[in-house]
Design a protein around this ligand. Structure first.
Ligand code: C2E
Ligand code: MG
Ligand code: MG
Ligand code: MG
Length: 291
């Protein structure tokens, strides 16, 4: 690749690598104005109790519609925002927006529902995270028991002792903690079970392997057994087929999430769902969740 510009601007990358670097720089620049321009919104994907199919919670998922690029999937922009540090500001917006929405639903008398928010390791590790969270809950008048934070195994990249301490502080606010995408990496089970989490979400990649890849059923069974022995809830993520749904139900996963049951939904759809839920004779949308 011919180089122009200053003498330090020597490029050792292959053209496609260079392209990736440019794309990243471009997205970083666009992300930096996207918040101010209100280009983000949240959608909500329902989670259900596997036996009864009752609504248990809603996972808030970030959506970015760039005026120039259109819809950019989180899988593309979240890693870039994490690399640049922009995830801290973005993640704070997500938490604030989810709490604001939760408070609004409660004022509107919609079915009480737990809202789960994905939190980046960088955001969680930041000093002041717990203080900010406490202030946020009190500003919106939301009881912490209605909020769950989803963390991934990448929190391991930070100091374990201080992460565990922080997690206990979050739990003291009543806020639940889940380990997201469990089984996607190669973190030993035992590692997470030293941490004060309430829920384990089994990654889609494992669910996809059920009945397909030899041994997957037993791996899932072992995760469920260990989680239950520690009184943790288990969610099976990415349920796309009836066969997967009945497998995970048989294997003891008490909660399910996936396109088969419901896609991430915009505000109107999810509010209609909540309104319908509170009217149902079955009672509250939410199971009495033990802390
Ligand atoms: P995640 O937290 O594991 O969220 C679940 C993802 O799986 C969502 O993708 C959801 O749309 C997708 N999904 C749910 N059911 C199915 C299914 O049956 N089949 C398939 N193929 N996919 C399913 P989405 O919304 O594109 O988000 C991707 C990832 O981006 C999330 O994975 C999460 O790691 C990250 N993310 C999304 N929103 C946020 C956010 O506000 N903050 C942070 N830090 N990360 C976020
Ligand atoms: Mg998640
Ligand atoms: Mg997940
Ligand atoms: Mg996942």
């Amino acid at each position: 690749r011919a180089k122009h510009g200053g003498k330090h601007n020597i490029c050792y990358f292959a053209p496609e690598m260079n392209h990736a670097v440019q794309v990243r720089a471009d997205l970083t620049a666009r992300l930096s104005v996207a918040l101010a321009n209100q280009e983000f919104q949240l959608v909500y994907q329902p989670l259900f109790e596997s036996g009864t199919r009752r609504l248990v919670s809603l996972e808030a998922l970030l959506r970015w519609t760039s005026p120039e690029l259109g819809e950019v999937p989180p899988a593309e922009f979240i890693p870039i925002a994490e690399e640049s540090g922009q995830i801290v500001e973005l993640g704070a917006w997500v938490l604030g927006e989810a709490c604001r929405q939760l408070a609004q639903w409660q004022r509107d008398g919609l079915a009480p529902v737990l809202v789960a928010v994905n939190v980046s390791p960088l955001q969680f590790a930041r000093p002041g995270f717990v203080d900010d969270l406490r202030r946020l809950l009190s500003r919106h008048g939301v009881d912490g028991q209605w909020l769950e934070l989803e963390l991934t195994e990448r929190i391991m990249l930070h100091d374990l002792t201080s992460m565990a301490q922080k997690m206990r502080e979050v739990r003291a606010l009543g806020v639940r903690l889940s380990i997201d995408d469990f089984g996607a990496g190669n973190t030993p089970l035992s590692y997470f079970f030293q941490l004060p989490v309430t829920t384990v979400k089994i990654d889609r990649s494992l669910i996809r392997g059920l009945g397909q890849t030899h041994g997957t059923d037993r791996v899932v069974q072992a995760i469920v057994a260990l989680a239950h022995s520690l009184h943790l809830n288990v969610v099976a993520e990415g349920i796309e087929t009836r066969v997967q749904l009945s497998s995970v139900t048989d294997l003891g996963c008490e909660r399910v999430q996936g396109f088969l049951l419901a896609r991430p939904e915009g505000l109107a759809t999810v509010q209609a769902r909540l309104a319908q839920t509170s009217a149902a004779p079955a009672g509250p949308a939410v199971l009495p969740l033990e802390l």
